[in-house]
Design a binder for this molecule. Structure first.
Ligand SMILES: [Zn+2]
Length: 157
């Protein structure tokens, strides 16, 4: 995907905020604290992604879901695992993420924000997939083997 195509998929970009990251050169194990920029990009599809840059490889990102936000606010985010001799390891501590996601009003939004499940209509916080947990699980398993799934359904009917 070209950069232009990528930009076409972005609907809205939040304010840019600063956060402190821990960057480690794996050949020396020296950790440096580096201030980077971060922002939230909302895609045309409704998915929201958290971006930091310059990052290690240009930028690093992850999709913002209720689960991922809870995770990074608890244990931090390993934005780049790193490779000895080429890529630095890049870790963003949980307290930095908690602070910046609160500044961007994201933590409060995820507390309330829900969409109807695309299959059963029950409210779900999974705004990216638009599937509640049981529907997501069932759909994923059916997609793994639809022919077998059909056989099972016919057996039930
Ligand atoms: Zn559902």
């Amino acid at each position: 995907m070209s950069l232009k195509d990528l930009e076409m998929t972005i609907e809205y970009i939040s304010d840019c905020k600063k956060l402190v990251t821990a960057r480690t050169d794996l050949s020396t194990d020296v950790e440096t604290l580096v201030t980077m920029d971060c922002e939230i990009r909302t895609k045309v599809s409704g998915e929201r992604w958290f971006y930091i840059f310059p990052g290690v490889t240009g930028y690093e990102s992850f999709e913002l879901t209720k689960e991922s936000v809870e995770d990074v606010c608890k244990i931090g985010w390993v934005a780049c695992k790193g490779t000895k001799g080429s890529w630095d390891r890049l870790v963003i501590p949980a307290e930095e993420l908690r602070q910046v996601l609160r500044q961007l009003n994201l933590i409060d939004q995820f507390r309330q924000f829900q969409v109807p499940c695309g299959l059963c209509g029950k409210p779900t916080p999974s705004i990216g997939t638009k599937r509640c947990d049981p529907c997501w699980e069932l759909e994923t398993r059916i997609k793994m083997d639809p022919i077998l799934a059909r056989k099972i359904l016919e057996g039930l009917g």
